[in-house]
Structure formats: structure tokens, C-alpha cells
Ligand binder design. Structure first.
Ligand code: MRU
Length: 350
């Protein structure tokens, strides 16, 4: 069964608009927002209306189509300028997920490969490429689920962090796709979802998705994970990733690294599920992954009330990096990398 909701939906042809599920309103309300410009898309990405590494990559591809719509019937030079400006506008909206800049670069390459075509024709090619990026993402989600389901074979309880489901991709998700695939084949492990401070993607989004899909879920505060492991409630941890280095270190939502340390201490396997496009082979040191810093008010005034005294300093990194040594396996659409390291990552991707 695929998701009964669409995280991103393009309406029209090359001159269409993008509809996004407004993830800031879940779980209270399921609504869509219509995005008609690259500027509006940047704002939606920054505010996490659309979020999750693969989803913001696909959204950015559509952003390149949106950003150049108004100049498609003009001269090619102006079109190229607008395309580059749009790429810059979108690329730095969220720095950690490699999917975003990768999608922008892929779109830019389409234009670069057709230097002599009129703007309208290149714009049509950009539209085709955005369609391809979206459908590839859907397919990768399916394949990740199929490849990873066996990891949950003898698992009664599985812990996940943040949201790596349909809301984070164009398809069924990455980590949640593995859970959906396991459930579809009758295994149905009980899912523990970390609430995922400070923005509660686990409580608001993962729990909502699992409930929609009739998968048993229990939400816990992030600080409860150690106790849940100690009590023997989970036999696996699985999360998504925003960027993976050439040696297999994985950046994901803040708190993931801590979970991997806890899993190691309790002898529980820790899995990452991500498309192969999440690997950034230009980065071999975990410390070189750019970590997004988010606004202080997400911590001081989360969800409508002040929870920190005025004037107190806040540190709010949105992501951390789990070293490869703590990762039991990485599941991609190509298969599974057991105990990732530089040679196994290289073999997997070649
Ligand atoms: O800040 P977010 O909500 O975009 O963070 C999302 C995550 O950390 C996900 O786990 C990651 O992007 C993988 S989604 C398939």
C-alpha cells in the first residue's frame, strides 16, 4: 500500500505549480499549500513546510522549473541567469542534506548540456528532468523497503528518530519504507518513535504516518530511548540520513548519534536507510559535513509558549553525524552495506 497523501505534487505541465503537504500543521490539520515561485519554495523549505532530505531535493528540482517559468519565452541569456540565481537561492536554504544541492546541480547540468536551444525548449527539458527526479525518488523508496525488510525479520520492536517516511520523500520513505515493507510481508514490528526535539518530527509526523498506515506506534521522549532499550522493547534502530560520507559516517537529525551510541551499549543493531544519492563522495571526514544551525526560538518558544528564560544562550544544531563504526548496516536502493567503511561504500556505489 502506498501513502494516501502526497508530500509533493506538481500540477500542470512545464507551466504548472507545486503543491506541498504543509508539515508545520500536522498532526492537527492535513492541508496543502500551493507554491508558485522559487522564493516561496525557499521560504517553505526554511520553515520545514517541506522537509526531509529526499523531499527537499525533489522540491528543489521543481523550484528550478518554477524559478524560470517567467523567462521561458525570453532570450536564452536571461533564462540562464535566472536559472543560476534560482539555484543559488535554493541551495543555501538548508545546507546539510546533499539531496538539495545535488538536485539543483542536476537541473543546471540539463541547461548546460543544451547551450544552443531556445529558453522554452530548455525549460521543457527542466520539467522533464524534475519529473524524472521525482519518479526516481519514488522508485528508490520502494527498493530501499524491499532491500531492508529482512533486517526486521526477528524484531518485535524497532526504534526510529525524526521522520524518514513518505512525508520526507516523494515515495514511501526510507527508514519507514523498510518498516512498511516488513509490515506488508506480515512482520509488523511495534514502532517506537522518538518525539525528536525540538520540532517534534517524530511525534507529529512519524506517529501520524504510522497511524494512517495502521502500524502500531508508541511515541517516547528522546530521553527515554536508553530505558526503552534496557527494558528490551526494541531489537533494532533504524533512521534516515541527510548526507553520508565516503567512509559511511551518516548525518541525520540531531539525536541520531546519541541513539547509535546507546544502541551499541545495549548490543542492538543500528541501521541507516537512505538512497545512494545521499552519499557525498567529496567528503571523507565527518567534520566536513555542513551542519545547519536553526533559530533559537525553536527551543525558547517552541509551539507557542516561552520555555526558556529571556537572555539565556541557545545552541541549536539541526543535525549530528553518526560515525560509520556505530552503524551496523546502510540500506540503499542497491542493496545493503554491512559494517560500512570506505572500501565497502566504494564497492557499493561503483
Ligand atoms: O530537519 P528535517 O525534518 O528535514 O530532518 C529530517 C531528517 O533528519 C531525516 O531523518 C532525513 O532527512 C532523512 S529523510 C528520508
Amino acid at each position: 500500500m502506498t501513502a494516501p497523501y502526497r508530500t509533493l505534487r506538481w500540477q500542470g505541465d512545464a507551466e504548472g505549480t507545486l503543491f506541498l503537504t504543509d508539515q508545520t500543521r500536522l498532526p492537527e490539520q492535513y492541508t496543502e499549500v500551493e507554491v508558485t515561485s522559487a522564493e516561496a519554495l525557499r521560504d517553505a523549505i526554511c520553515r520545514l513546510v517541506v522537509r526531509g532530505a529526499p523531499a527537499i531535493g525533489v522540491a528543489a528540482a521543481w523550484g528550478m522549473v518554477l524559478g524560470t517559468q517567467s523567462v521561458r519565452n525570453g532570450d536564452r541569456e536571461a533564462f540562464d541567469r535566472k536559472l543560476r540565481d534560482t539555484g543559488r537561492l535554493l541551495t543555501d536554504s538548508r545546507p546539510t542534506a546533499v539531496n538539495l544541492s545535488a538536485a539543483v546541480n542536476r537541473m543546471q547540468t540539463v541547461a548546460d548540456r543544451h547551450p544552443d536551444e531556445p529558453a522554452a525548449d530548455v525549460h521543457d527539458l527542466l520539467y522533464d528532468q524534475a519529473c524524472r527526479i521525482q519518479s526516481e525518488d519514488e522508485q528508490m523508496c520502494r527498493d530501499i523497503g524491499r532491500n531492508g525488510a529482512f533486517l526486521l525479520d526477528s524484531v518485535q520492536g524497532v526504534l526510529t528518530h525524526c521522520n524518514a517516511g513518505a512525508l520526507a520523500t516523494a515515495g514511501d520513505g526510507t527508514a519507514l519504507s523498510v518498516i512498511f515493507a516488513a509490515a506488508a510481508s506480515g512482520r509488523r514490528p511495534h514502532v517506537y518513535a522518538d518525539e525528536t526535539r525540538p520540532l517534534l518530527q517524530g511525534a507529529r509526523l512519524t506517529a501520524w504516518e504510522l497511524q494512517q498506515r495502521r502500524i502500531d506506534v508508541t511515541v517516547i521522549c528522546d530521553s527515554m530511548a536508553a530505558q526503552v532499550m534496557k527494558e528490551g522493547r526494541v531489537q533494532a534502530v533504524i533512521t534516515g540520513a541527510d548526507r553520508i560520507t565516503a567512509r559511511g559516517d551518516a548525518a541525520n537529525k540531531i539525536g541520531t548519534y546519541g541513539l547509535a551510541v546507546l544502541a551499541k551499549a545495549h548490543d542492538i543493531p543500528f541501521y541507516i536507510a537512505a538512497p545512494s544519492t545521499t552519499f557525498d563522495l567529496t567528503i571523507s571526514a565527518a567534520g566536513d559535513i555542513p551542519i545547519e544551525q536553526r533559530p533559537a526560538d525553536e527551543i525558547t518558544h517552541g509551539f507557542g509558549r516561552q520555555t526558556v528564560p529571556d537572555g539565556v544562550r541557545i545552541y541549536n544544531p539541526a543535525f549530528d553525524v553518526t560515525p560509520a563504526e556505530l552503524i551496523s548496516a546502510i540500506v540503499t536502493e542497491r542493496g545493503v552495506i554491512d559494517h560500512p567503511d570506505a572500501p565497502s561504500v566504494q564497492r557499493h556505489l561503483q
